[in-house]
Design a protein around this ligand. Sequence first.
Ligand SMILES: Nc1ncnc2c1ncn2[C@@H]1O[C@H](COP(=O)(O)OP(=O)(O)O)[C@@H](O)[C@H]1O
Ligand SMILES: [Mg+2]
Length: 260
Amino acid sequence: MIGGILEVRNLTKKKDQTAILKDISFSVQKGELVSIIGRSGCGKTTLLRCINCLEVFDKGYLRVDDIEVSRVNGEKPQSNAKEENDFQTKARKIRQKVGMLFQTLDLFSHLTVLENIILAPVVVKKEPKEKAIERARELLEKVGLKGYENRYPYQLSGGQSQRVAIARSLAMNPEIMLYDEPTSALDPELVGEVLNVMRDLDREGMTQIIVTHAMSFARSASDFVIYMENGEIIEIGSPDKIFDHPSDPRTEAYVRLFRE
Ligand SMILES: Nc1ncnc2c1ncn2[C@@H]1O[C@H](COP(=O)(O)OP(=O)(O)O)[C@@H](O)[C@H]1O
Ligand SMILES: [Mg+2]
């Protein structure tokens, strides 16, 4: 173990014989905010899904807090039932430690804001309803939506929906939050309110990984930035390094697109 709350080592993921993640390695310390940037199709979503164990990788090592999973090169995961079970058990534990927010607004449309937030704590974690409601109210206040308990998703703006979705994830007390382009589906004037919630969570010490095209946010809020291309990490570094002094010409070519 190298330390940090998240460690990814030599992770490779294939789809249809093609490697869509190649030898990915990085680690994240508790409380850090990490941005992952790169062109569409470079593997950002797949990487988040592997970290959250929504997808099984083919090779490499993943550790979230104290839960480790690994795959050996060429191994068929399904070839060994006991190992597969073991993997799935650990994957479940990892999913409990990692919250994930998607680009699309995915609240349950037939449930109120409050019901959306308490559903998993009550149904999955068997928390007493009163306690879950109390916590949901605190979380709504944290994301700036005090008083929105009884609204339905159709009565929310996109920015408000994403903030409820963040509160819903936080209700499960994750150790790490992953966000996949959380502001890409939003009107520009609503982007800031979602990013500000992440800044607040950062101040409180939450560990967060954000796939984003919001470059000014990545530059100002990240502890470090990962630039990916074709399933590979091309460069990892401070915002200053990645945006102003990249060492790889491919990084330079990408970040140049966002310079004014
Ligand atoms: N289910 C799938 N089957 C085959 N290829 C896929 C599948 N999902 C994604 N891919 C491919 O994997 C690559 C990475 O996709 P993705 O992780 O969604 O990239 P990004 O999030 O950076 O846009 C892309 O080339 C995409 O076409
Ligand atoms: Mg994606």
